[in-house]
Design a protein around this ligand. Structure first.
Ligand code: NAD
Ligand code: ZN
Ligand code: ZN
Length: 379
């Protein structure tokens, strides 16, 4: 079968690779029909996630048709159209019982923190990903969700990660009626976080980025205000000025480790090393949010960051919340929002690129060329 093949930082290609097989009675094999590239894949692509092995296949945002099921699978049938949440989880452990699927205890026992994720290095279990014609889906009774007939495949594939993650970012913000919410990052996750902030009752939503076409898009899609951070000298001062001097009630980090921006550029080489990278957005969020406010983090951080202004967070009495999203928990509610026409996730899809051109697809998304917001690989 054709599959994306990681060859080292900034090098991916499509190759013929061995087809997956049922390895456990509760596995299914899914024939992939749509598979997205995520901002999280860029951390892998840029070589920033430990234990990302050459020869692995990425891809944790996919939907497809069930091709084969293991003997103990009860909830799926061959031919079902399914969307597959990016988390791999058992459904029965202490964490899954509390719907903390992203922290499942049973799928990735060697790791100390995170549960299983498709195509996301050996730190999340070493599972093959779905940027391929076929993929093995473990615990197939639990994760995959049959796509309702009135939900399009393009909408469905964005329910595997980007929309639920943006929603969880807003939810972890504990937004109260009329709150002002600032979202850092106008990538797919930030765009959905902005949209979700309104769904959860925000009174004002402001999105920060530097990529003009993404800021344009989020203004249209989520009817929010935007800030181009290239024109801002001091983010905390700027956001306080915009919010009667108090600062926003909630700040959301939808950027993560690869943040660019003035705080990073002002650091010297040694400072950068001490800091372990660029935690620009964490600085901006903690320093901008009002006293007693909440910082919600879904942006992914690979390495350790040791220069986060935690003292400032303490003195301001902040609530910090963060996690990988537990996709399955949000699906019933988000499917209703799509059905009711309140959100049209597929509007984010700007590119459809055949899997054989996966190298071009990564290049375009990584370099933000050609107005790219979300790329779907087609098989
Ligand atoms: P993306 O790369 O498309 O978007 C990131 C955006 O951040 C870009 O538009 C970029 O211009 C912008 N940006 C860079 N520096 C910035 C700064 N200093 N201030 C404001 N904006 C800045 O990625 P995405 O798909 O939207 O994902 C965003 C983040 O969410 C990534 O870190 C990804 O790994 C993470 N993620 C987390 C989860 C989860 O479950 N927690 C799930 C999916 C993605
Ligand atoms: Zn993703
Ligand atoms: Zn579990």
């Amino acid at each position: 079968m054709l599959a994306m093949n990681y060859r080292g930082p900034y090098r991916v290609r499509a190759d013929h690779m061995p087809e997956p097989r049922i390895e456990h009675p509760n596995d299914a094999i899914v024939r992939v029909t749509r598979s997205c590239i995520c901002g999280s894949d860029l951390h892998l692509f840029h070589g920033l996630v430990p234990d990302t092995r050459v020869g692995s296949t990425f891809g944790h945002e996919f939907c497809g048709v069930v091709e084969e099921i293991g003997p103990s699978v009860r909830n799926l049938q061959v031919g079902d159209q399914v969307l597959v949440p990016f988390n791999i989880f058992c459904g029965t452990c202490w964490f899954c019982e509390r719907e903390l699927y992203s922290n499942c205890h049973n799928v990735n026992p060697e790791a100390t923190a995170v549960g299983g994720i498709y195509g996301y290095s050996h730190t999340t279990g070493g599972y093959a990903g779905g940027q391929a014609e076929l993929v093995r889906v473990p615990m197939a009774d639990i994760g995959p969700t049959v796509i309702p007939s009135d939900i399009s495949l393009d909408d469905a594939v964005l329910l595997t990660d980007a929309f639920p993650t943006g929603y969880q970012a807003a939810e972890m913000g504990g937004i109260r009626e009329d709150d002002t919410v600032v979202v850092f990052g106008a990538g797919p996750v930030g765009i959905f976080a902005a949209k979700s902030a309104w769904l959860l009752g925000a009174g004002r939503v402001i999105v920060v980025d530097e990529v003009e076409y993404r800021l344009d898009f989020v203004r249209r899609f989520a009817h929010c205000e935007t800030v181009d951070f290239r024109s801002v000298r001091d983010m905390a001062v700027h956001l306080k000025r915009m919010t009667d001097g108090l600062g926003p009630d909630v700040c959301i980090d939808a950027v993560g480790a690869e943040a660019s921006g003035s705080a990073l550029q002002r650091l010297t080489g040694v400072q950068l090393m001490l800091q372990g990278g660029a935690a620009t957005v964490l600085h901006w969020a903690i320093n901008s949010v009002r006293k007693g406010g909440t910082v919600s983090i879904v942006g992914v951080y690979g390495p350790t960051f040791n220069a986060v202004p935690i003292g400032n967070a303490l003195n301001k009495g902040l609530t910090l919340r963060m996690n990988q999203a537990s996709v399955k928990r949000h699906l019933p509610r988000l499917i209703e929002h799509v059905r009711a026409g309140r959100v049209k996730p597929s509007e984010l899809i700007t590119h459809r690129i055949p899997l054989e051109h996966v190298a071009d697809a990564y290049h375009i998304f990584s370099s933000k060329l050609d107005g790219c917001i979300k790329t779907v690989l087609t098989m």
